[in-house]
Design a protein around this ligand. Structure first.
Ligand SMILES: NC(=O)C1=CN([C@@H]2O[C@H](COP(=O)(O)OP(=O)(O)OC[C@H]3O[C@@H](n4cnc5c(N)ncnc54)[C@H](OP(=O)(O)O)[C@@H]3O)[C@@H](O)[C@H]2O)C=CC1
Ligand SMILES: CC(=O)[C@](C)(O)C(=O)O
Ligand SMILES: [Mg+2]
Ligand SMILES: [Mg+2]
Length: 336
């Protein structure tokens, strides 16, 4: 059965119109939520830790900023948008003491509630609205008049109005322009982790890197390898995004399409899909979450080591030089 999709015409903004929304944090998601909600005519305050370097940026964007404690005290809806690994600490210290009955606690990802790292009190609504894309793109697409698909879920409905509130929030950040559907904290958490690891981030970067290295190691020019295995990915993916596989395959040569069918299954094999199933099981059984939190608690030694490996990699240095020569590529510094 097809899922029920919600669009602007289906969703009433009124459940959130008379409320104050506190956006906690001012990073990738938070700056986009805060600015989109504000531009949708809603009341927003940004809650930041003492001495936050983001304070000036939020104020420059015309937003009111206060402490996390005061934002929680003042607001009706508290949207927690700091890194997942940091959320339980800030929640216990600065949010929970002020989260009185009647308020709503909201998330952009189900991680901490699903894995039992944050347990909100009875008497508050708990929901998530997860836009399906990076925060900087959530803002950019909204400002251009478009929207990013999103999914929402209610974990606790103390007021009887949590669902309507979550949908109104999704409309406020522009997701109902593109389509919103209902999920659970479990489904959102597991699918989001799986998607980013296997396909969107882990899958795509490692596919590109393996292709780039294969060509360079065989003696081909790195600039050609970069154009072939990285730059052109966007052009092909844009066609897939706009017109699906068949539309992309219509645009490419018969030679490329034939090679796609012959070679694709040699690269992404039955074994790869078996590994994807193992990855999904690790996520479902909490093993990925445990590994992530353990690294975070140790100061991210594994993450730092991985970041270090790509620093100075030919793919990055050649890419930087080539992108610098293409003035039409969006080069504005990211806002946050
Ligand atoms: N990144 C994305 O596009 C997506 C993220 N999400 C979810 O959104 C949430 C936020 O992720 P993301 O936007 O990537 O987060 P960011 O890493 O961009 O968050 C940075 C912000 O968090 C603040 N912060 C960091 N640590 C602390 C702390 N210990 N106490 C107080 N404030 C802190 C920073 O404060 P300061 O300014 O003071 O440094 C900064 O404002 C997560 O749940 C994530 O899973 C969901 C969909 C996509
Ligand atoms: C951007 C997004 O949707 C991710 C990949 O899930 C994330 O940043 O966590
Ligand atoms: Mg994610
Ligand atoms: Mg995601």
């Amino acid at each position: 059965m097809a899922a029920t999709m919600y669009y602007d015409r289906d969703v009433d903004l009124s459940p959130i119109e008379d409320k104050l929304v506190a956006i906690i944090g001012y990073g990738s998601q938070a700056h986009a939520h805060a600015q989109n909600l504000r531009d949708s005519g809603l009341n927003v305050v940004v809650g930041l830790r003492e001495g936050s370097a983001s304070r000036v940026k939020a104020e420059q964007a015309g937003l009111r900023v206060t402490t996390v404690e005061d934002a929680t005290r003042e607001a009706d809806v508290v949207m927690l948008l700091i890194p997942d690994e940091a959320q339980p600490g800030l929640y216990e210290a600065s949010i929970a003491p002020h989260l009185t009955p009647g308020k709503a606690l909201a998330f952009g990802h189900g991680f901490n509630v699903h894995f039992g790292r944050i347990t909100p009190p009875e008497g508050v609504d708990v929901f998530l609205v997860a836009p399906k894309g990076p925060g900087h793109m959530l803002r950019r697409i909204y400002a251009d008049g478009g929207g990013m698909p999103g999914i929402f879920a209610v974990a606790q409905d103390a007021s009887g109005g949590a669902r309507a509130l979550a949908l109104a929030y999704a409309r406020g950040i522009g997701c109902t322009r593109a389509g919103v559907l209902e999920t659970t904290f479990k489904e959102e958490t597991e699918t989001d982790l799986f998607g980013e690891q296997s396909v969107l981030c882990g899958g795509v970067t490692h596919l590109i890197q393996a292709g780039f290295e294969t060509l360079v190691e065989a003696g081909y020019q790195p600039e050609i390898a970069y154009f072939e295995t990285l730059h052109e990915v966007k052009l092909i993916v844009d066609l897939i995004y706009e017109k699906g596989f068949s539309g992309m395959r219509h645009s490419i040569s018969n030679t490329a399409e034939f090679g796609d069918y012959v070679t694709g299954p040699r690269i992404i094999t039955g074994e790869t899909k078996g590994t994807m199933r193992e990855v999904l099981t690790d996520i479902q059984q909490g093993r990925f979450a445990e590994r992530f939190i353990a690294d975070a608690e140790a100061g991210f030694p594994y993450m730092q080591e991985q970041r270090g490996k790509m620093r100075g990699h030919l793919l990055e240095t050649v890419g930087q030089e080539l992108r610098d020569k293409m003035p039409f590529i969006e080069k504005k510094e990211l806002e946050v």
